[in-house]
Design a protein. Structure first.
Length: 284
């Protein structure tokens, strides 16, 4: 992963986001848009497309969003946090796709901006958030959707009993990270071939390693995009929402993804490494 400043640098006014930065697409200024849930470090996002809809009801499933961050940084994320804002369009797409399904959308509030080596601060925050979901709602299935550093936290936290699947968005996948915790989970990793911040090859390798460990996995290349997922953003949002609903059993997965997730554990060839344009007929 690139240096900490490149990870969440704010672009100069009017210039757009720098290539590879965790920056917002269609971002909204922070404020009361988010319905705060302080227990366990959760920030609530609009539920089923509207704040407060379904409040007081026990959901049938939870989707937890984890934004990107820095390799190192002990300070708390600022109120205007570009990596967090970048996840809002994903939240809206997922909310629309799951409307009427009693799915609760939440986002993890990190205590620190960085991963911070052996401290693994975002992993600790995510684990606490999952424990809070278990305490409040009981044994509900959870899908983790994480970008960059948040993708790493999602993969590492997937051993929690509530987690059923992970959608990793340009995830940070260091080669030494464990994968045994992914056994029995469904894992789909999306990555641009032009990502200069985290490695698309590492996503493919992680998917293969996790499959050997007993996970159902595949990777999807989104050609011509970037780490911040600004180029071809609608396709990132749409595919992520489709994957979430498919992993929850609320709709079909893309056929090629379903086939890849069913591959036997020993499969190491290209069958599990998909190209978005080939499976949808789209062009960048």
């Amino acid at each position: 992963m690139r240096t900490e400043r490149a990870q969440d640098a704010e672009p100069p006014p009017g210039t757009g986001a720098p290539a590879g930065a965790d920056a917002p697409a269609g971002a909204e200024p922070p404020g009361r848009h988010e319905d705060a849930v302080t227990r366990g470090g959760l920030d609530g996002l609009p539920r089923q497309g509207g704040r407060g809809e379904g409040a007081g009801k026990t959901p049938r499933a939870v989707v937890m969003l984890l934004h990107g961050g820095r390799e190192a940084g002990l300070e708390a994320p600022p109120p205007w946090n570009l990596p967090g804002l970048r996840m809002r369009p994903f939240g809206r797409s997922i909310a629309r796709a799951t409307r009427g399904r009693d799915v609760r959308l939440t986002a993890v509030r990190y205590t620190h901006r960085g991963w911070n080596g052996a401290r693994e601060d975002p992993l600790r925050d995510t684990s606490r958030a999952l424990d809070a979901v278990a305490e409040e709602y009981g044994e509900v299935p959870v899908i983790l959707v994480g970008h960059s550093m948040g993708g790493r936290a999602a993969l590492r936290a997937a051993g929690h009993p509530l987690v059923r699947g992970v959608v990793g968005l340009a995830p940070w996948c260091p080669p030494g990270d464990p994968v045994t915790q992914l056994s029995g989970r469904s894992v789909v990793l999306l990555h641009s071939d032009r990502d200069n911040t985290t490695s698309p090859l590492a996503s493919q390798t992680t998917a293969t390693r996790a499959r050997r460990a007993g996970a159902r996995t595949c990777s999807v290349t989104i050609r011509g995009s970037d780490h911040a997922m600004l180029r071809r953003a609608p396709e990132w949002h749409r595919l992520t929402a489709e994957l979430v609903t498919g992993l929850l059993g609320h709709g079909p997965l893309p056929p090629a993804v379903g086939t890849a997730l069913a591959l036997p554990p020993g499969t190491t060839g290209p069958e599990g490494n998909l190209d978005l344009d080939r499976i949808t007929g789209a062009r960048p």
